[in-house]
Design a protein around this ligand. Structure first.
Ligand code: HAM
Length: 419
């Protein structure tokens, strides 16, 4: 016997139950995005390598599935949707009504070390807005992500949205004495504060060359509130305006009905290089899983990738961590089976009659099966039950129809729709 060929590590087989979970998640995503007026688009799964090496940042570039194609082009499977989105929108933005509100559910590919919540492919809801510099758009965007959580039956007991602003953080770092050219490096340390031992983070910050107070202040960020920023940025002109802007943003979650989910967390900086302003991530409230979703403002990316300089913001929500969380909280539908009727027949000569009944029910929109080989009625009912049918329609020996409902156990005469 030939040896069976297995699948690749980090790639999923979607058996019907898993496919049902995937479809359930994607349906809820689509419903919520449409409720907020977003329209769906897609792009190619294979892109020029250069699209990612330009702006995405080292982490994602290190995880690319890339190769040289038969026409000697350097190509990569898309690891994220944002560069494709920026290119597509940039090419036609001038002719489009602003703000542009688009969503997509691409399958993405990253050559990551496989671990809990991280695979080499995942589906990711992408919701993006282009052409609106005001923070009202940032608030609306986060509301979309949170409404997705609500659509799955998750509450603020289950999920927390951590928000921050990279401009505020940069202002704080400047006031603390970090040179502008060290900010990216400092932010990388801040991004890892919750995952890296404290002394490692501290040592890295000291090496970057900041004084003791500055290092202590950065180390305290995960536990700090807006007060810290008030203290350092009040009375400092431009920085003070950014602070006010951010506070106005926070106030918008009350009318959007999601305030209880949102928490300021200045240690959220996001791994991707292109974010320029407000950023956020969604986590499970108990801290058991990795980030469910991440996004923010990237006002310079369209200009850099398409030459059309427009402000933009968006988020990506993956199906892997979300699926794990929904499973853990009992929020996934029980199984994939949705068979409305099984058609059985008493007399083995009446199979054609059963097929006619099935056809009529199917044309009326029901899901219907029947056995392909004539067997005893008792066996047919067994098979129907095992197939998960809600009811069985029986063609009696005298060709009359009866229905037996498996749920309620009731039985009675049956009339076909339109018949
Ligand atoms: P990201 O933070 O790289 O952002 O990914 C967003 C979400 O996708 C993560 O929070 C996680 O749930 C999921 N995800 C990412 N990588 C994997 C993986 N290897 N396996 C499973 N799930 C994963 C972005 O991709 C940005 N482009 C999002 C964005 C859209 N920003 C603006 N618009």
């Amino acid at each position: 016997m030939a040896k069976a060929v297995g699948g690749l590590p980090g790639f999923r087989d979607f058996y019907p139950d898993e496919f049902a979970a995937r479809a359930f998640i994607q349906q809820a995503w689509r419903d919520v995005a449409r409720r907020f007026g977003f329209v769906e688009y897609d792009g190619p799964p294979l892109e020029p390598l250069e699209l990612y090496t330009k702006k995405s940042g080292d982490e994602i570039v290190g995880q690319l599935y890339n190769f040289t194609d038969k026409g000697e082009r350097e190509v990569a499977l898309r690891p994220e949707m944002t560069p494709t989105f920026a290119r597509m929108v940039g090419a036609r933005a001038n002719a489009m009504r602003k703000p542009i509100r688009w969503f997509s559910i691409p399958q993405l590919f990253r050559y990551e070390r496989q671990q809990k919540g991280r695979l080499r492919e995942h589906f990711q809801l992408n919701v993006d807005i282009v052409g609106e510099p005001d923070a009202t758009a940032d608030a609306e965007l986060l509301a979309v992500a949170i409404e997705c959580m609500r659509a799955f039956g998750l509450t603020s007991e289950d999920v927390v949205a951590r928000v921050s602003d990279k401009r505020l953080l940069a202002a704080l770092l400047t006031v603390l004495g970090f040179e502008a050219d060290t900010h990216v490096e400092v932010m990388q340390v801040i991004d890892k504060l919750d995952r890296q031992p404290k002394d490692v983070s501290r040592e890295k910050l000291q090496r970057i060359g900041a004084g003791g107070t500055a290092v202590d202040t950065v180390m305290s960020l995960p536990e700090s509130g807006i007060d810290l920023f008030e203290k350092f940025l009040r009375g400092k002109g431009r920085y003070e305006a950014t602070l006010e802007d951010f506070k106005n943003y926070l106030a918008l979650f009350e009318p959007l009905g999601v305030r209880e989910f949102v928490r300021f967390d200045p240690s959220i900086v996001r791994g991707l290089a292109y974010y320029t302003g407000i950023v956020f991530e969604l986590f499970d409230a108990k801290g058991e899983f990795r980030a469910i979703c991440g996004g923010g403002r990237y006002d310079n990316l369209l200009g850099a990738l398409s030459g059309t300089d427009l402000p933009a913001l968006g988020f990506g929500m993956g199906d892997v961590v979300l699926g794990e969380l929904l499973k853990a909280r009992g929020k996934l539908p029980a199984n994939a089976i949705t068979l409305d009727y099984w058609v059985a027949y008493e007399d083995s000569a009446h199979m054609a009659e059963a097929m006619r009944v099935a056809t009529q029910l199917r044309r009326a929109g029901h899901s219907v099966e029947y056995g392909f080989k004539p067997v005893q009625l008792g066996k047919q009912l067994d098979t129907a039950r095992k197939a998960g049918a809600r009811a069985v329609v029986i063609v009696k020996a005298d060709r009359t129809l009866r229905i037996k409902d498996f749920g309620s156990g009731t039985e009675g005469p049956f009339t076909l729709p339109n018949g």
